[in-house]
Design a protein around this ligand. Structure first.
Ligand code: A2P
Length: 294
C-alpha cells in the first residue's frame, strides 16, 4: 500500500485506511473482529470517531493484534480519530464537523438547543494543545468548506494537515481540492463508495453504469474503479468494509490505472452531495447553513 509523507509528520500515512463506521452500529465484538481481519488483509491505517461508536473496539483490536503478533508495535499502525480511544496516542486527530454540540449524544435528531456554532479559534487552540502534549502526531479537520478552512488557516499556529470530506465520482470536490492544494492541506475521501446500505449513503456509486462499464472492460469491480479514481486524484481514502473478500479487493487498486477516456467519462458524471449533516443531526437552521456551504 503506497504511503504519503504529510507536512511535518515523521510517520507516513498509508493512502487507504479502513473506515469503521457501520450502520446500524455494529457491536464491539463484530467491529473488533473486522479490524483484526483488516490487519491480516494488510490494512495499517484505521479511521474512527466517537460518533461511530467504534473507538473502544478499535483500541481493543489493536491490543489483541499486538498480543497475537500481527503487528510488532503500536507504531506499525496509523490511527485517525475524531475523539478519544484506548491507545496512548493517535496519529491524526480531526475536528469531525464545523459544529459544536454542548452534549455528546448519539441519538438523532439531536435536540436543537445543543447545536451551537463552533468557536474555530478556541477549538483549534485545543487541537494544537493535543499536539504539544503528545496526544496526537498531527491534527486536521473534516467536513470543512473552503470558507471555514480559510477562516481556520488565518488563525492557526499549526496548520491543519488534512481535510477529510465526502468525495467520490458523484461528488468530486474539484473546487475544494484546488483550494486545499493551494494552501498545502491534504484531502482524504470518505464515502468513496457512496456509503452503500447506510443511513447517510446509497447505491449511486456501486450501481452506476458508467463505472460498471469501465470495471467490466478492465476485469475490475465497480468499487475498485471508484477507489482507483479517488487515488488518481492524489487523494487518500477512508473506505469501510467488514467483509474479508471486499477488504482484500479494495486494496487491489495500485497496480493498474484508468485510461484518459475513463477519466473523461467519469468527469462528466452529474454531481450531487450524498452526505449531509442534517441527515445525521436533524434539519436545524445552523446545520442547514453548514450543509449549504460544503
Ligand atoms: P461491507 O462492509 O458489507 O463490505 P464507503 O466506503 O463509501 O463508506 O462504503 C461502505 C459500504 O460499501 C459498506 O456498506 C460496505 O459493505 C460496502 N462495500 C465496501 N467495499 C465494497 C466492495 N468492494 N463491493 C461492494 N460493496 C462494498
Amino acid at each position: 500500500i503506497p504511503k504519503l509523507k504529510l507536512g511535518g509528520m515523521e510517520k507516513a500515512m498509508p493512502v487507504i485506511g479502513m473506515g469503521t463506521a457501520s450502520f446500524p452500529m455494529a457491536d464491539l465484538e463484530t467491529t473488533k473482529a473486522a479490524v483484526l481481519e483488516a490487519i491480516k488483509a494488510g490494512y495499517r491505517h484505521f479511521d474512527t470517531a466517537f460518533a461511530y461508536g467504534s473507538e473502544t473496539a478499535l483500541g481493543e483490536a489493536v491490543a489483541e493484534a499486538l498480543r497475537l503478533g500481527l503487528i510488532d508495535s503500536r507504531s506499525d499502525l496509523f490511527i485517525t480519530t475524531k475523539l478519544n480511544l484506548k491507545v496512548e496516542y493517535v496519529d491524526m486527530y480531526l475536528i469531525h464537523w464545523p459544529v459544536r454540540l454542548t452534549e455528546m449524544v448519539r441519538k438523532t435528531p439531536v435536540p436543537v438547543e445543543i447545536v451551537k456554532p463552533l468557536d474555530i479559534k478556541g477549538a483549534w487552540k485545543g487541537m494544537e494543545e493535543c499536539v504539544n502534549l503528545g496526544l496526537t502526531k498531527a491534527i486536521g479537520v473534516s467536513n470543512f468548506s473552503i470558507k471555514t478552512l480559510d477562516h481556520l488557516l488565518s488563525t492557526a499556529k499549526i496548520p491543519p494537515t488534512l481535510n477529510q470530506v465526502e468525495m467520490n465520482p458523484y461528488w468530486q470536490q474539484k473546487k475544494l481540492r484546488e483550494f486545499c492544494k493551494e494552501r498545502g492541506v491534504h484531502v482524504t475521501a470518505y464515502s468513496p463508495l457512496g456509503a452503500n446500505n447506510t443511513k447517510w449513503g446509497d447505491d449511486r456509486i456501486l450501481g452506476n453504469e458508467v463505472l460498471a462499464d469501465i470495471a467490466k472492460a478492465m476485469g475490475k469491480t465497480t468499487a475498485q474503479v471508484a477507489l482507483r479514481w479517488v487515488y488518481e486524484q492524489g487523494v487518500s481514502i477512508a473506505s469501510k468494509s467488514f467483509n474479508k473478500e471486499r477488504m482484500t479487493q479494495n486494496l487491489q487498486i495500485f497496480d493498474w490505472c484508468l485510461s484518459d477516456q475513463d477519466l473523461e467519462n467519469i468527469s462528466q458524471l452529474p454531481q450531487a452531495k450524498g452526505v449531509t449533516l442534517a441527515s445525521i443531526l436533524g434539519p436545524h437552521p445552523l446545520v442547514l447553513e453548514i450543509d449549504a456551504d460544503l
